[in-house]
Design a protein around this ligand. Structure first.
Ligand SMILES: *Cc1c(COP(=O)(O)O)cnc(C)c1O
Ligand SMILES: [Zn+2]
Length: 500
């Protein structure tokens, strides 16, 4: 639809102009810094930063119902820059000119209802939001679209040139970073650091395919992170890890899309997300807060973060009910099928502490909860979901396991509706499915296959068939007829088919 076809009161707002005044604010000392430079941590005290719009209150002048119409009408526009996360431009990056936006098809991922059998399993209505249907097959594309748009904007302004973008990754960040950087061709080169043998073959293939410099490092993600930090402190590089506050901004789009998908009615809604480096839950909380403060939603949904017992520092932190006595301690991770969340010292922990507090205060009650689940539950839940029409990754399975846990603890009730984050596509983690089906999990995963969930291919080649086709050597005549007859007979037997 063309802007001129929209109702008169929407037309002036439907294509956003650059506006607002973004600054980095330090969560440690509170100091503020301009955005003309790429910053990751506070130059004064070293803490992580969040991006804030100093003129955010101007957004409150537009009534909530008008905002909803703006976003809903905007969805009908055919302007690529507004088709992804920047549909929510005023909230995601108001200073961004639309010509700087990098859009590769991210965002607006499907929200798929669980069928009756799955609802029975969870004891409530729920949906998967399939963030694996993003361009690089994980939610990380949301943050990269934001970070690389901002880099393109800085290049356009002449603030930076010849950018080398680097990140450490549990796999998906580097896939997304390499993809978005490759789109900017010579303007941005990318280098990614991966823990050796700790990412799936698919995740390794992705940055290689995008042409990034790929470095495999001994150890786990937390070790790679330290090296990237050293690189960013000592050399001119653009850090694309979730220390980069622009990524958090982009990932807020996940919350805005959920609000839009449910007609902005967040009553009795429960949003379930896995926690690794904690950038995602930071963004989800921040996004809902902003929509609440501007009257776009009138209820803050319940938020449930989920961790595996093999990588559970955030869960452990919140075990202590008294906020004054909580102490964060990094944990040593053990192998986890929720491999992208296998992180013992989450970079965004200070952001989580800050935002969970703000969220609970605004809601007037505890409204964020953290669950711990076993590796076994993660696998069983993922495989069951995928046997019922989903394409959930292990982290999607982790969310379902977390929801079931929260139901058992009485934190979530049957009349509520949950939205589970399948953060990546099932195919990225199909190796874990193989280990399960072949009963080949190394002991430290503590996963034993449930025979009812196991599935393996069967080779059909009856011993009485003398001639079988081969590439370049097709069968003909009687040999072909016999081959077709015997194989189909064998399959019909195995499936117990009845003759017509
Ligand atoms: C990165 C990632 C996570 C963890 O998200 P954080 O923001 O690090 O907490 C979960 N699942 C997948 C598939 C990921 O790529
Ligand atoms: Zn500071």
């Amino acid at each position: 639809m063309k802007p001129s076809d929209f109702p008169e009161h929407i037309r002036p707002h439907v294509i956003p102009e650059p506006s607002g005044e973004l600054i980095y604010r330090c969560l440690g000392c509170g100091e503020e810094f301009g955005i003309q430079k790429l910053l990751y941590t506070c130059p004064s005290c070293g803490q992580v930063l969040l991006l804030q719009d100093l003129t955010f209150d101007r957004l409150k002048k537009t009534p909530g119902p008008i905002w909803r119409q703006i976003f809903d009408y905007r969805k009908m526009l055919n302007i690529p820059a507004l088709k992804g996360i920047y549909l929510f431009h005023e909230f995601i990056g108001p200073v961004m000119p639309l010509e700087s936006v990098v859009y590769l098809g991210e965002g607006h991922t499907p929200v798929v209802a669980a069928n009756a059998r799955m609802q029975e399993m969870a004891g409530m209505r729920f949906y998967f939001k399939n963030d694996g249907q993003n361009p690089s097959a994980s939610f990380k594309d949301r943050g990269m679209a934001s970070a690389l748009s901002y880099i393109q904007y800085l290049i356009g302004q002449g603030h930076i040139s010849d950018v080398l973008a680097v990140c450490a990754s549990t796999g998906d960040t580097s896939a997304a970073a390499a993809l978005y950087a490759s789109y900017l061709d010579k303007k941005v080169k990318s280098a990614v650091l991966l823990p050796h043998r700790k990412v799936t073959p698919q995740q390794l293939a992705q940055p290689l395919g995008s042409g990034a410099a790929v470095f495999e490092i001994p150890g786990v993600f937390d070790d790679c992170m330290k090296i990237v930090e050293a690189l960013s402190e000592n050399y001119h590089v653009a850090l694309l890890n979730s220390k980069n506050a622009w990524r958090i901004l982009g990932q807020e789009s996940y919350s805005y899309e959920i609000a839009q998908a449910f007609e902005y009615d967040m009553r009795d809604k429960v949003v379930v997300v896995p926690i690794g480096n904690a950038g995602n839950i930071t963004a989800v909380i921040s996004g809902f807060l902003k929509f609440f403060e501007t009257g776009i939603i009138d209820t803050l949904p319940k938020i449930i973060g989920v961790q595996s017992s093999h990588a559970n520092p955030v869960y452990k932190y919140y075990l202590e009910p008294d906020p004054a006595r909580r102490r964060f301690e990094a944990v040593t991770v053990r192998p986890s099928v929720a491999q992208a969340a296998m992180i013992g010292n989450p970079v965004s922990m200070p952001r989580v502490i800050h935002l969970v507090d703000a969220y609970n205060k605004k809601a007037g009650r505890q409204n964020v909860f953290v669950m711990e689940v076993t590796e076994q539950d993660i696998m069983d839940c993922q495989l069951t979901a995928n046997r019922n029409g989903h394409v959930a990754c292990t982290h999607g399975g982790e969310c379902l396991a977390g929801l079931i846990q929260a139901r058992k603890k009485g934190l979530v009730e049957a009349h509520e509706t949950a939205i589970l984050d399948s953060t990546a596509h099932a195919l990225k983690f199909s190796g874990f499915q193989d280990l399960y089906f072949e009963n080949d999990f190394p002991d430290e995963y503590e996963v034993t296959p449930n025979p009812r969930l196991v599935n393996t291919p069967q080779l059909i080649c009856p011993s009485d068939i003398e001639h079988v086709p081969e590439p370049g050597k097709p069968l003909t005549g009687d040999n072909l007829s016999y081959f077709i007859h015997r194989i189909s007979e064998e399959i019909a037997n195995l499936l117990e088919l009845k003759r017509v």
